[in-house]
Design a protein around this ligand. Structure first.
Ligand SMILES: NC(=O)c1ccc[n+]([C@@H]2O[C@H](COP(=O)([O-])OP(=O)(O)OC[C@H]3O[C@@H](n4cnc5c(N)ncnc54)[C@H](O)[C@@H]3O)[C@@H](O)[C@H]2O)c1
Length: 402
């Protein structure tokens, strides 16, 4: 049996008696299952992940450099949802568990090294990246300096820091199903043996943007370093994440960011935001491209399931072994974009759509087949939840589209 990783902190107080005898009293004892470093904690996925981890009893350190916030405001937009500042979020998080954050620029090796060494995480959930494909396609600066250099340097810094650590953490790397492109084969559950087992990994990757290429390079660096140095890593390939709801009602008190602009608004999120203000939903090309989608709740569940309490009983099948990179998909179901637009119109009958030229060179129509079965999803219910969550922020969304 493998014992759980448990960290204990104690708060002690002293009482002195008249005769000078000192009595030490234990005021509070806390057990933390694991210490988790969340990179990119203040982003769309980072904040809900932090909340879930704290509620499960893990200790969390979040790092971020505010890149997302800056890029969105440089694109003349802002999150539709109000975002608490770091201090307010910290206060909120500390009601749920032990949480600390630092402003760290991950491309700065020394700052990152110092932070990781002082925290000694058991797990690193690496979400920090420039995550927008359209943003990476604006010009040479957005493609390289802001996307590839930022993403690749951050990840390679992490790998070298992990190599030098005595107690090596498990790396969970947020990748994307976009690395599959529009494959002719069905995507296997563990992402490993495509083409009836003829390929060890479903490569060559078929990335469709400079952003997606940054993820394929990160993946290859992780796979190489894991094998070379005996690290433990999980490559977590997510579909397009949508929605604002998770099972943690706390997230409605301190909301995560929600972007809807051309660069940072992902497909279904952007459609619903457009419908909320009566703007036509913009469908690229014929809209027959199929992509994997995952609800915010499923994505968080999948991420934390790699760490969750099951590992106390050694029941967690998601635990990677040294030197053996593990690949996991995170997807609720696959949809053609036109099907999403139809679903929005069922919920919001006055919603309309228009076709615009597809900025990506890709097949106009494709099927995407996953070997794992889709998870139960009431798409219309999800859309109407999202719609009602966004209605109070209508004016902010309208301002951007004006
Ligand atoms: N949201 C999706 O639909 C989706 C789908 C597939 C994969 N992903 C991946 O999941 C991860 C999280 O996505 P998200 O939607 O939450 O993005 P996000 O932009 O909201 O979060 C990423 C966070 O990382 C921070 N960051 C970026 N570069 C940094 C650096 N050099 N140092 C420190 N912090 C830095 C940003 O400020 C941001 O807060 C990303 O890696 C993304 O590529 C997201």
């Amino acid at each position: 049996m493998v014992l759980p990783v448990v960290h204990v902190t104690q708060k002690l107080t002293s009482q002195y008696f008249a005769n000078g005898v000192r009595k030490v009293v234990i005021k509070e004892v806390k057990l933390y299952l694991s210490k988790v470093l969340v990179t990119g904690w203040s982003g769309y996925l980072g904040w809900p992940t932090t909340i879930r981890l704290l509620k499960l009893g893990h200790e969390v350190m979040g790092i971020d450099n505010n890149l997302r916030e800056n890029l969105v405001s440089m694109s003349s937009s802002e999150s539709a949802t109000p975002i608490d500042d770091e201090k307010t979020r910290k206060k909120f998080a500390n009601k749920l568990g032990k949480f600390e954050y630092r402003r760290v620029e991950m491309t700065n090796y020394y700052d990152l090294h110092q932070t990781i060494e002082s925290f000694e995480p058991d797990y690193i959930i690496h979400l920090a990246a420039q995550p927008s494909a359209p943003y990476s396609m604006i010009n040479n600066f957005s493609a390289y300096s802001v996307t590839q250099e930022n993403n690749n340097r951050s990840t390679i810094n992490l790998l070298w820091i992990m190599k030098g650590m005595k107690k090596k953490p498990v790396l969970i790397f947020a990748s994307t199903m976009g690395v599959y492109g529009q494959p002719e084969y069905s995507i296997p559950f563990d992402g490993m043996m495509a083409n009836n087992g003829k390929l060890e990994y479903p490569i060559p990757y078929m990335a469709g943007s400079f952003y997606h290429i940054s993820k394929t390079v990160d993946e290859q660096n992780i796979i190489f370093a894991t094998k070379q140095w005996g690290l433990k890593s999980v490559i977590f390939r997510q579909g397009v994440v949508f929605g604002l709801w998770t099972n943690d009602t706390e997230l409605m008190e301190s909301m995560t960011r929600f972007d809807f602009d051309t660069y940072f608004g992902t497909a279904l999120n952007r459609f619903v935001a457009q419908a909320v203000i009566g703007q036509k939903m913009t469908l690229y090309g014929k809209g027959k491209q199929t992509r994997g989608f995952v609800t915010l709740e499923h994505c968080i569940q999948d991420l934390v399931s790699i760490i969750d309490r099951n590992n106390m009983q050694n029941l967690n099948p998601n635990q990677p072994e040294e030197g053996k990179p593990m690949i996991r998909n995170s997807v609720t179901d696959c949809f053609g974009l036109d099907k999403l637009v139809e679903a929005v119109m069922k919920v919001i009958p006055e919603a309309e759509f228009t076709h615009i030229e597809n900025p990506r060179k890709e097949k106009e129509e494709n099927d995407l087949v996953m070997e794992e079965s889709p998870r139960p999803l009431d798409l219309q219910k999800e859309i109407s939840y999202l719609y009602s969550a966004l209605v109070p922020f209508r004016e902010k969304i309208r301002k951007y589209y004006r």
